[in-house]
Ligand binder design. Structure first.
Ligand code: DAO
Ligand code: DAO
Ligand code: DAO
Length: 205
């Protein structure tokens, strides 16, 4: 059970655990349609969560719910994305020609859309303040690893190849990023399904 998982289309491999306690619960693929014509594979990703944190949430709020109902319970899924659970989304870059300008623009679309959804108001300034942190000198060639980690207190830590490049305390930003992978309109539906199946089964043992 402690072996790595390979994302089948790209062959990128994700370790079963990160740190002391974050366990791999699903892998998937982020694609993007360019020029309305073709889909490019942008990155493979692995979704990790701290099992003890998940069990704590279930014990405190969902102990009475059978495992079969936990998995599809929408308030449980919302709580997973809002509670103070240590989680990491690990990205492994597939598309070899990514530049920081396209990362900024994709981030404005995907994350910006969620900041609006959850923040309600106009978050242009907040969005600008995040994207201004992506410096032009960062290099993210094929097979680079980027970790997006939610630390206690809803601090988002970003590291590239294991080097921390930034840290932002924002519950709204953490929520918005997790929604891209775990929310109702995820980048990869199968990855989300696997994640929820695995969360439900680890929560009840
Ligand atoms: O070069 O036109 C192009 C395609 C660029 C696609 C950019 C997608 C960026 C997705 C975000 C990556 C986050 C690391
Ligand atoms: O896939 O659209 C998306 C959003 C992914 C979030 C990417 C965050 C990237 C932050 C670090 C970039 C540094 C160059
Ligand atoms: O220059 O010391 C500094 C701060 C750099 C912060 C870079 C943060 C990049 C990632 C921002 C997170 C948004 C997803």
């Amino acid at each position: 059970s402690e072996s790595a998982v390979v994302e089948p289309k790209t062959g990128f491999s994700f370790p079963a655990t990160i740190g002391d306690s974050r366990r791999l619960l699903g892998v998937g693929l982020r694609k993007k349609r360019v020029l309305g014509l073709k889909n490019i594979d942008v990155y493979a990703f692995g979704m990790y969560a701290d099992c003890d944190d998940v069990k704590k949430l279930v014990g405190e709020k969902y102990a009475k719910l059978p495992a079969s109902e936990l998995r599809g319970n929408t308030s449980f899924i919302d709580d997973l994305m809002e509670a103070d659970i240590k989680m990491t989304i690990r990205l492994q870059i597939v598309y070899g020609k990514l530049n920081i300008r396209s990362v900024r623009s994709a981030f404005q679309d995907s994350v910006g859309n969620r900041l609006k959804k959850f923040g309600g108001l106009d978050n242009d300034e907040l969005l600008q303040s995040f994207t201004s942190l992506f410096k032009d000198e960062y290099k993210i060639p094929r097979s680079s690893t980027i970790d997006l980690t939610q630390e206690p207190g809803h601090v988002l830590n970003v590291s590239i190849e294991g080097n921390q490049v930034g840290s932002v305390k924002s519950k709204l930003l953490c929520r918005s990023i997790l929604d891209l992978y775990i929310g109702e309109e995820p980048f990869d539906k199968n990855a989300r399904e696997d994640f929820l199946d695995n969360v439900a089964s680890l929560a009840v043992v």
